[in-house]
Design a protein around this ligand. Structure first.
Ligand code: S3P
Length: 430
């Protein structure tokens, strides 16, 4: 499916975006492992989170949709998941395959995880290695480097693991497996990654201690079903933050957004670049910070991003490249080699798609350099099946000279099915 994005004159009004993707996955998983019911409100009905629901239904968990974005998960407890008859298909979802692998590592049965062509290219050794050290038998293509993954779980040993990558998916897989271990399990990261698993494990009653880069979990006798109110996804809100900053004469309020400090590196980058952004109505929902974001059109200045900033902005880096084209001077991203193993190689994909619409970009092995301001010309691009590339290029289209035609635009259904409709609602077209 193609989408045409026309240049616009302003962004105005207020908007809510769908629920947080990371939190939606975790609510289903921990709900499944709890005793009693978990009521989820504000669930993201995107393809990735629906993959998690499908997989947990195949593991014998009853999951009822009771309203548009509300679900009841009828928890099975830690030890009552069922051996699945068929392979478990995670679609495009890296979070589903890696976190579910952590849970399956602790189950006394055999299971197989598969996914789409993108999933089959993504690195799985990063979870196979620690979960195998804990005692699970895991195999996959090319010596366990890639899915399909075959898992025979069972009794696990607690370990202390220094993760070579700052990855919440790796950390969470180990922490979830730690629920089934014989003693405490510790994960140490090079930089802190998003901590939604830790926050939610604590909410569900797990025993866990954390500092910025180190988390320890103790095996749990039981988790208790909870009410989970999921805030809007900051990573989805980021597209509208960028739109309102870049399109002249704009003023936008984005309501009820998750503002977890491990997720808002993009917000901090925009503020440092002179973006006019205010946070209003800041409060807690469960263990997560939530608030409204008020954004005005701004003249941005280039900055450099690297090191511990990267995990906090990781999913917004393709969008950040689009923003960089409109900032005065040089904007540089380094240490972001993880981008190469996301839904697509997001360094080469965003660099190539920006070049398609007339932007000059320097590609680095671990990032990119963009000198602004540059006029975006418009033209034809593709998502390459990557949802965040599609939405980032749509924002480029709002400020281009000519329209941008986005091929394979249905990729946005992975995390934000209503994206183009919502974008139209707040846009004034020339
Ligand atoms: C996620 C963690 C991040 C992020 C992904 C969602 C999660 O991946 O890019 O979109 O929900 O844990 P990594 O853990 O691989 O960095």
């Amino acid at each position: 499916m193609n989408q045409i994005i026309h240049p616009i004159t302003s962004i105005k009004g207020s908007i809510e975006v769908p629920g947080d993707k990371s939190i939606s996955h975790r609510a289903v998983m921990l709900g499944a492992l709890s005793l009693g019911n978990t009521h989820i409100h504000g669930f993201l009905n995107g393809e990735d989170c629906l993959s998690t629901i499908r997989v947990f239904r195949q593991l014998g968990v009853e999951i009822d949709r009771v309203a548009e974005t509300s679900y009841i998960i009828k928890g099975k407890g830690l030890n009552q998941l069922q051996e699945p008859k068929y392979v478990l298909d995670v679609g495009n979802s890296g979070t589903t395959i890696r976190l579910t692998a952590g849970i399956l590592a602790g189950q006394p049965f055999h299971s197989v995880l598969i996914g789409d062509d993108s999933i089959l290219k993504r690195p799985m050794k990063r979870i196979k290695e620690p979960l195998s050290l804990m005692g699970a038998k895991i195999d996959g293509r090319e010596e366990g480097k890639y899915a399909p993954l075959s898992i025979r779980g069972g009794k696990l040993k607690g370990i202390a693991y220094h993760s070579p990558v700052a990855s919440a998916q790796v950390k969470s897989a180990i922490l979830f497996a730690g629920l089934f271990a014989d003693q405490k399990t510790t994960v140490i990261e090079p930089f802190q990654s998003r901590d939604h698993s830790e926050n939610m494990l604590l909410q569900f009653g797990a025993k866990l201690e954390k500092t910025n880069q180190e988390v320890t979990i103790w095996p749990s006798p039981r988790l208790e079903g909870q009410e989970v109110n999921i805030p809007g996804d900051f990573s989805s809100a980021a597209f509208f933050i960028a739109a309102a900053l870049l399109v002249p004469n704009s003023l936008l309020r984005i309501k009820n957004i998750g503002l977890n400090p491990t997720r808002i590196g993009f917000l901090q980058a925009m503020q440092q670049m002179n973006g006019q952004i205010e946070i209003l109505n800041l409060h807690y929902e469960g263990n997560e910070s939530v608030g409204d974001i008020l954004v005005k059109s701004s003249n941005l200045q280039g900055i450099t991003i690297s090191g511990d900033w990267i995990p906090k902005i990781i999913d917004e880096l393709p969008l950040f490249a689009v923003v960089a084209t409109q900032a005065e001077g040089i904007t540089k991203v380094t240490n972001a080699e993880e981008l190469r193993v996301k839904e697509s190689d997001r360094i080469s994909t965003i660099v190539n798609e920006l070049r398609q619409v007339g932007v000059k970009v320097e590609e680095l092995t671990d990032g990119f350099v963009i000198e602004g301001k540059q006029r975006i010309q418009g033209g034809q691009v593709s998502t390459h099946g990557d949802h965040r590339i599609g939405m980032a290029m749509a924002i480029a289209g709002l400020i281009a000279k000519e329209p941008i035609i986005i091929q394979q635009a249905e990729a946005v259904n992975i995390s934000y099915p209503q994206f183009f409709e919502h974008l139209r609602q707040i846009s004034t077209i020339k």
